[in-house]
Design a protein around this ligand. Structure first.
Ligand code: CA
Length: 311
């Protein structure tokens, strides 16, 4: 059965990456809980999707003068003690409107941004008390940028995973990254003992120095298979969604990945943001599970995917 990966927690219901969102995802029965990892000024690993704080917190109210020239507030410019003072909010657009208006109310709730260590403790405690083995799925965010800012996240992450008791491939953990050089380094240089997932984006996003057009080619996928256990592509990379007759078809990347023996964990399955070509969320999930044959799905709505997979 395909793995259900709670994308930033049960982020369809509670502000992303808060311990509340992770606890809810655990209770829903997600197989894996995702952590995005960025570094604070004092080199603490915090769980945040962006290197910026301003779209998911009240940082601009509490520290109005601490933005950079581009107007953004960077986690790297704040000590953990300062980040702890922030309220974590449902994700906003640049103009302050909610990205997903039907989700948790904007600028509300008493939520905090937490460290990776705190989240690992939570997952460990819940697993022990409920007799479960829910996994973790940390992503190293923008490693090249972080190194240019004087911090190397990968070794810090591996140390924390070891001290939290994750020893190797038999433990429920995947490590993911968009940067192909970093995935290779994790495997070859740092001897990462955990399964690795190469995330695949579009070059237009500027997410990393990696050329994703090249990475999706047969040669690119072969090079990924040398170091990684799977790929994490956008769902539009695995299927052609907007066809002439309106019926989505499986794309070539799915075949390449399957041939190379790579797991497929596409993102992001959102009940309130169903892409064209699908009548509803159920059709979307069923197509990727049955037609594309994915091994796991990143979703903001773990409960919905779990109930579909159980049918
Ligand atoms: Ca992520």
């Amino acid at each position: 059965m395909a793995l259900v990966i709670a994308h930033r927690g049960a982020s369809g219901y509670l502000p992303e990456h808060t311990l509340a969102a992770k606890t809810l995802a655990f209770e829903m029965g997600a197989d894996y809980l995702e952590q995005d990892i960025v570094a604070s000024r004092d080199d603490e690993l915090v769980v945040l999707h962006d290197v910026h704080l301003d779209r998911v917190s009240d940082v601009a109210l509490k520290f109005p003068n601490r933005h950079r020239a581009d107007g953004r507030f960077y986690a790297r410019d704040f000590d953990l003690e300062e980040i702890r003072q922030l309220q974590a909010w449902e994700r906003m657009n640049a103009d302050g409107t909610a990205v997903y208006p039907d989700r948790y109310p904007a600028r509300s709730g008493d939520f905090r941004i937490n460290t990776l260590a705190e989240e690992l403790e939570l997952v460990g405690a819940l697993n022990r008390q409920f007799g479960r083995n829910a996994g973790i799925y940390p992503e190293i965010k923008r490693p090249a940028w972080h190194k240019s800012e004087g911090v190397d996240i990968a070794p810090l992450l591996l140390e924390q995973l070891q001290s939290a008791g994750y020893e190797g491939r038999d433990d429920p953990v995947f490590v993911q990254c968009f940067d192909a050089d970093e995935v290779r380094r994790l495997k070859v240089e740092l001897g990462c003992p955990y399964p690795l997932i190469q995330l695949i984006g579009d070059n237009s996003w500027g997410e990393s120095p990696t050329d994703y057009d090249a990475l999706r080619s047969p040669e690119g996928i072969a090079s990924v298979a040398e170091v990684a256990d799977g790929i994490g592509p956008h769902l539009s990379h695995l299927a052609e969604l907007e066809t002439v007759d309106g019926v989505p078809v499986v794309g070539p990347l799915a075949g390449l990945a399957a041939e190379a023996g790579l797991l497929m964990h596409p993102y992001t399955f959102r009940a309130d943001d169903v892409p064209p070509g699908f009548a509803n969320f159920d059709d979307l999930v069923q197509f990727f599970v049955r037609e594309v044959g994915v091994d796991g799905l990143f979703t903001d709505f773990p409960d919905r995917v779990i109930s579909l997979l159980e049918d």
